[in-house]
Design a protein around this ligand. Structure first.
Ligand code: HEC
Length: 64
């Protein structure tokens, strides 16, 4: 997951997950599978109230 200013505009309004984009890469940094990004987006889309993330609270718990 990565987000940038207005990146969400690349997706239709129904599929948009804020300004997040999703992709899977191999160890050489090459895109691994194209279709999977749609699956990422549809699953994380359910987390709209938490900026499309699942583990924000767990991550915050690691902050000093
Ligand atoms: C079937 C649902 C599902 C799909 C599909 C999915 N994720 Fe997730 N993702 C989750 C869940 C659930 C977690 C939290 C896992 C945990 O608690 O350790 C998560 C966690 C993450 C996180 C850590 C930040 C966060 O949201 O907590 C990232 C980054 C992430 N996923 C990226 C992706 C990417 C990239 C893809 C596609 C290649 C993808 N996910 C596909 C359900 C999904």
């Amino acid at each position: 997951m990565e987000k940038g200013v207005d990146w969400g505009l690349a997706s239709s309004e129904d599929e948009r997950t804020g300004d997040w984009h999703f992709q899977q890469f191999d160890t050489n940094g090459q895109v691994k599978r194209e279709a999977i990004a749609d699956r990422c987006q549809s699953c994380h889309g359910g987390q709209v109230d938490n900026d499309f993330m699942f583990t924000t609270e767990k991550m915050r718990a690691y902050l000093p």
